[in-house]
Design a protein around this ligand. Structure first.
Ligand SMILES: Nc1nc2c(c(=O)[nH]1)N[C@H]1C(S)=C(S)[C@@H](COP(=O)(O)OP(=O)(O)OC[C@H]3O[C@@H](n4cnc5c(=O)[nH]c(N)nc54)[C@H](O)[C@@H]3O)O[C@H]1N2
Ligand SMILES: Nc1nc2c(c(=O)[nH]1)N[C@H]1C(S)=C(S)[C@@H](COP(=O)(O)OP(=O)(O)OC[C@H]3O[C@@H](n4cnc5c(=O)[nH]c(N)nc54)[C@H](O)[C@@H]3O)O[C@H]1N2
Ligand code: SF4
Ligand SMILES: [Mo]
Length: 747
């Protein structure tokens, strides 16, 4: 499909359009009526879940004569209402892309030279098994690291690592929301907390951009709130699409915590907080009040570059909207080395207005496990079952990162995730011991971890690298074996719990059979590899249906039922806010030591000696240097979609945003070729000169500047932001992205 046709399809094809390009990012809507009309024309509609990003939005896939012709948002899911983002609409373009990898491949040339031979699956499995055996015999199972983007594939991919007994299994979370998860966990004793955007009256963003960092239900929620008259304030060093829909306050990046502490200071001094809520639910308020005593709006104005009046006014407006107001806790929350304390402070300011378990505030996700604690709600859902299998061998060595080490910040890092940035460091330094092999699934560390050159250098040093992807990505290009997974439109996956204000289970099922016959789903790939490696007992199933039934039967559901609609949610259950009618209701899911919301956290105190958030003054750019920040663009996903045909046609490259006044000083004009320098690295790029960014800051969209020549449409186009990011790690192992400075000159 060519660009114009795609746009036509995306915006006007099926009617019911709610928003357009250049408006609220790129959401389109297929109304339920249209879905029915379309169904008559096409052979069938398959209800499944999108994977153009990891949000797993429920979708309706139209299949005609065995071909996927269109994907829409699920018409019966109220959170979707038929809407889908541009990336979701591009599913068929990925599915039928001739540039996908189609066969297993083994490297034949030097690593990174890009020479591979196609092999059979059996040959590939045998080779991987032999290579891993060599590494394990030489250096132990712990010298094998695994990393994947967190998701349903983990159940199968991780089994390989758990089966051999390595402790070094990582998710991508340290590059994304980990500081937020740790902040939630240490403050509430649960990380399953979400924001009720649709019903809020006042929304503040401190680095969240709902209309470019898209999650369809969240974007629709914010749109609903705005349509109902809610106010939105966006603190972003650049003028994002979200900023364009509200009030823009161009904050100095890295000073957000000053703004948040000043909010608390103002609310205490002006008596604007909810004393009843604090008295009943909060532990450690006095320490927090003490910590913000000197964090005056004057001080915060100095730190943040914002006007004192704006800080005071926004705080008063926020408090006046209580409890239906949200100071957003962010999503990609790996910006600075102390990002974790920023997220904690954000949660504390929210709890000061008692916006918990009421409409338009924060709420605990109501999965079946949580509902059990509420007798009148418990009958609505039962938990999914798990895959029954023997216990894994216990790793004999500690992990390479300090995850789980008491009395250090590592104590706070979730064991499931670890700090993935540590892998390259351990490979290069050999500390605490060297990693020799890296298994990569649905993850592209060369483009997504800070310091791409360091990642490449590390990959070059390894004995063995396996990558499983749908494209010959940059990381795949440096691998020894590349395995082609089929796409989400061609496979089943384990059922996923996506509960929000009510329980919700989502099924991914194939809309069509594999377009390229030699591609396979992850549940089959790792089972077959595991069998070759002598790990059969950990894969106790023959078909995916067996796995699905083990999940669904305990929940009282069947696969046929799930296949019909693609998702399940209890009928008749209303969105459940615990404090909706009784503001003093107990909150039994709070599982901190004190069973209260811990403003002072003994656990954080033990790990970091900072049980209450402490302000850290980060260095600011000197004259002639710029802070470098990055972000998402509406029509691409991270380092995943730059090569997807229709999305590449929409946007094939990025540029560096620079303020008009700063550009003039450097003699740089819009569209000029420039050279960007950060530390010892240089990158060529183009300049976008705009008033929509602070004069001391530059910005680029993430995911471009690709180095694998096999990504023929994306190769070499634009700036790879992580060549310019140095890859520092934050307090809780997060890979930070807003700490680097760059200089610029005309090319
Ligand atoms: N279209 C699209 N949607 C996506 C994704 C995608 O790749 N494309 N990815 C998904 C994923 S994985 C995630 S994590 C979410 C991310 O969702 P968000 O976290 O909302 O997205 P980002 O663009 O990373 O950051 C939001 C804003 O923060 C600003 N920013 C950057 N650094 C700083 C800073 O130091 N301080 C402040 N105050 N602002 C800063 C950026 O200019 C940007 O406008 O989006 C998800 N949805
Ligand atoms: N400097 C800087 N760095 C960043 C960011 C930033 O803003 N600035 N953003 C960060 C954030 S928020 C995140 S979440 C990470 C994202 O980092 P990653 O998780 O690495 O990126 P993704 O692009 O989401 O997907 C990774 C890979 O999954 C592959 N893939 C897609 N579908 C499938 C499939 O069905 N099967 C398989 N096997 N593979 C598939 C894609 O081709 C892609 O290569 O990047 C982080 N890195
Ligand atoms: S946000 Fe867009 S790309 Fe991501 S899962 Fe939802 S529809 Fe797909
Ligand atoms: Mo992310």
């Amino acid at each position: 499909m060519k660009r114009r046709q795609f746009l036509k399809g995306a915006l006007y094809g099926t009617g019911g359009v709610i928003v357009a390009f250049g408006g609220f990012g790129t959401l389109t809507k297929l109304g339920p009526k249209n879905a029915v009309a379309e169904a008559k024309e096409s052979e069938k509609i398959v209800y499944s879940a999108c994977e153009m990003c990891r949000n797993q939005c429920p979708i309706a896939v139209q299949v005609k004569n065995g071909k996927v012709v269109k994907v829409d948002g699920h018409p019966d899911d109220p959170a979707m209402g038929g809407s889908l983002c541009a990336r979701g609409q591009a599913g068929p373009s990925l599915l039928y892309d001739p540039q996908r990898i189609k066969k297993p491949m083994i490297r034949t040339g030097a690593r990174g030279e890009g020479k591979f031979k196609e092999v059979s699956w059996d040959e590939a499995y045998q080779y991987i098994s032999d290579q891993l055996k060599k590494v394990i015999d030489k250096s132990g199972a712990e010298s094998v690291a695994l990393a994947s983007r967190k998701g349903p594939h983990d159940l199968f991919f991780r089994t390989i690592g758990q089966g051999i007994g390595t402790p070094n299994i990582f998710s991508h979370e340290a590059t994304c929301p980990m500081t937020r998860s740790v902040a939630l966990d240490t403050t509430f004793g649960t990380e399953g907390i979400s924001a009720d955007y649709g019903n809020t009256k006042y929304l503040i963003s401190l680095s969240r951009n709902w209309f470019e960092g898209i999650h369809v239900p969240q974007a629709k929620g914010v749109m609903k709130a705005l349509n109902n008259g809610a106010k939105m304030v966006v603190l972003d060093p650049r003028f994002s699409v979200s900023a364009s829909k509200g009030e823009w306050l161009p904050i100095k990046a890295t000073t957000e915590l000053a703004f948040v502490m000043a909010m608390a200071n103002i609310m205490i001094n002006e008596n604007l907080f909810d004393k009843d809520f604090v008295a009943q639910y909060v532990e450690g308020f006095e320490q927090w009040a003490e910590a913000v005593k000197d964090k005056t709006p004057e001080w915060a104005a100095q730190e943040t570059g914002l006007a004192r009046e704006d800080i005071v006014r926004v705080t008063r407006e926020f408090a006046a909207a209580k409890p239906h107001a949200i100071l957003d806790f962010g999503w990609r929350t790996a910006l600075t080395t102390n990002d974790f304390q920023l997220r904690r402070a954000i949660l504390l300011v929210n709890m000061m207005i008692g916006n918990f378990e009421v409409a338009g505030g924060y709420f605990q996700n109501k999965g079946a496990g949580v509902l059990k604690k509420f007798p009148e709600q418990a009958g609505y859902a039962s938990p999914l079952g798990g895959l029954k299998r023997p216990a894994f061998p216990k790793p004999t060595k500690p992990r390479i990162d300090n995850t789980g080490v008491k009395g250090t910040p590592g104590q706070l890092i979730p064991a499931y995730d670890g700090g993935v940035g540590q892998i390259s460091i351990s490979i290069l330094t050999g500390q605490p011991y060297p990693i020799q092999a890296w298994l990569v699934h649905r993850f592209n560390p060369i483009i997504t971890l800070g310091n791409s050159e360091q990642t490449i250098e590390a990959l070059k040093k390894l004995d063995f690298i396996l990558t499983c992807d749908v494209y010959m990505t940059d990381t795949a290009y440096y691998s020894d074996v590349v395995l082609p997974e089929n796409t989400y439109l061609e496979r089943y996956e384990q059922v996923y719990d996506m509960s929000g204000l009510t329980p919700k289970y989502v099924l991914r099922q194939p809309a069509v059979s594999s377009v390229y016959a030699d591609t396979k789903p992850h549940w089959q790939i790792y089972k077959e590899l595991g069998e070759k490696m002598g790990l059969s007992k950990f894969f106790p199933y023959q078909t995916i249906e067996e796995v699905l039934n083990q999940q669904l039967t305990p929940a009282g559901l069947t696969l046929d039922l799930m296949k019909e609609k693609g998702f399940w949610t209890p009928s008749g259950m209303k969105p459940f806010y615990v404090r909706a009618t009784d503001p003093k209701a107990s909150l039994p899911f709070i599982e901190t030591q004190s069973k209260k919301i811990e403003f002072f956290s003994p656990e954080v105190e033990e790990a970091t000696k900072e049980g209450i958030p402490v302000y850290v003054k980060h260095p600011q750019p000197e004259e002639g240097t710029f802070r470098f920040v990055q972000g998402k663009v509406a029509v691409h996903t991270n380092a995943g979609t730059a090569n997807v045909p229709v999305l590449n046609e929409l946007m094939s490259t990025n540029s560096l945003w620079i303020n008009t006044v700063s550009a003039k000083k450097l003699g740089i004009k819009d569209g000029d070729d420039i050279i960007i320098t950060s530390g010892k690295f240089e990158h060529k790029g183009k300049a976008t000169v705009t008033e929509g960014i602070r004069p001391d800051t530059v910005f680029a969209y993430h995911g471009f500047g690709r180095i694998s020549p096999e990504l023929k449409r994306a190769f070499g186009k634009g700036i790879n932001v992580n060549k310019l990011v140095s890859g520092q790690l934050g307090t809780v192992g997060n890979s930070v992205t807003s700490m680097d400075f760059v200089t610029l000159k005309k090319a």
